[in-house]
Write a protein of this length. Structure first.
Length: 212
C-alpha cells in the first residue's frame, strides 16, 4: 500500500511539473490570440446609417479601417466621412494596435502628411507600402487604452485631458470606444480649458455597424 501511495505521489508531482512548464507558452499564445482578435475586429467598412435613421441628431458617417504595413506590425489606415461625401473625408489617420499586458491594449494614432493624396486608398491598402513612417506623426497623449472585457468585446478611452485639440476652439479631446464583432461605438468630444463641451455628439457615441 505504501508503494502505491508513493507511486501516485510521484506521478502527481511529474504531471504538475509538466503543466507548470506549459503555462508560460500557453499565456504567450493567449496574449497573441487576443491581439489578433482585437486587430481583426477593428478591420472593415462601417457606417452609422441605422443610428441616423432613428435619431436625426446623428449623421450617417462612413468609417473604413484596413490593415497596412503588414511587415511592420498591426497598423490600420482609417478614413471617416459623411456617407454621402466619401470623396471628401474629414478624418484620415493611421492606428497602431499593440498589447500592453495580458488584458490591456493600445491604439496609437498618427496623422498623415499630405493626407489628401490617400483618399480612398483603403480600397487598395498595398498602396501604403510607398508611404514612409517618416511621413506620419504620432498624436502624443491621444492613444486609446482598451481592456478586453470578454470574448469579442473591448472597451477603453483616452487619458484624462492628455489629447490636445484646437478644433473649434477646444483645448483637449477625449475618445471613448467599445469594440464588438459586429460594430464599433465611438464617442469623440472636444472640451475647452474649463471643461465645457465644444464639439462632438452630446447624447452618446456613434454606433458604426460593420458592413462586411
Amino acid at each position: 500500500m505504501k508503494r502505491i501511495i508513493l507511486s501516485l505521489a510521484i506521478l502527481t508531482l511529474v504531471f504538475s511539473c509538466k503543466n507548470s512548464e506549459k503555462t508560460p507558452e500557453t499565456t504567450e499564445t493567449t496574449k497573441a490570440n487576443h491581439l489578433e482578435e482585437l486587430f481583426g475586429m477593428m478591420q472593415g467598412s462601417f457606417n452609422s446609417e441605422i443610428q441616423a435613421e432613428l435619431d436625426s441628431t446623428y449623421f450617417n458617417i462612413s468609417l473604413h479601417m484596413y490593415p497596412i504595413w503588414e511587415d511592420k506590425g498591426n497598423y490600420l489606415y482609417v478614413e471617416q466621412a459623411l456617407n454621402a461625401r466619401q470623396n471628401k473625408p474629414y478624418r484620415q489617420r493611421i492606428y497602431e494596435v499593440t498589447q500592453v499586458n495580458d488584458s490591456m491594449f493600445s491604439s496609437a494614432i498618427y496623422t498623415i502628411e499630405h493626407d489628401s493624396l490617400w483618399i480612398g486608398k483603403w480600397k487598395t491598402p498595398k498602396a501604403f507600402d510607398s508611404l514612409s513612417i517618416n511621413q506620419v506623426a504620432k498624436k502624443e497623449g491621444c492613444e486609446v487604452i482598451l481592456k478586453r472585457i470578454d470574448k469579442d468585446y473591448y472597451k477603453g478611452q483616452t487619458g484624462e485631458k492628455t489629447c490636445e485639440s484646437t478644433l473649434y476652439g477646444a483645448s483637449y479631446a477625449t475618445s471613448e470606444v467599445e469594440i464588438f464583432s459586429d460594430k464599433i461605438i465611438s464617442w469623440d468630444r472636444g472640451f475647452d480649458d474649463k471643461g465645457e463641451h465644444i464639439w462632438g455628439a452630446e447624447k452618446g457615441g456613434y454606433i458604426f455597424n460593420k458592413l462586411d
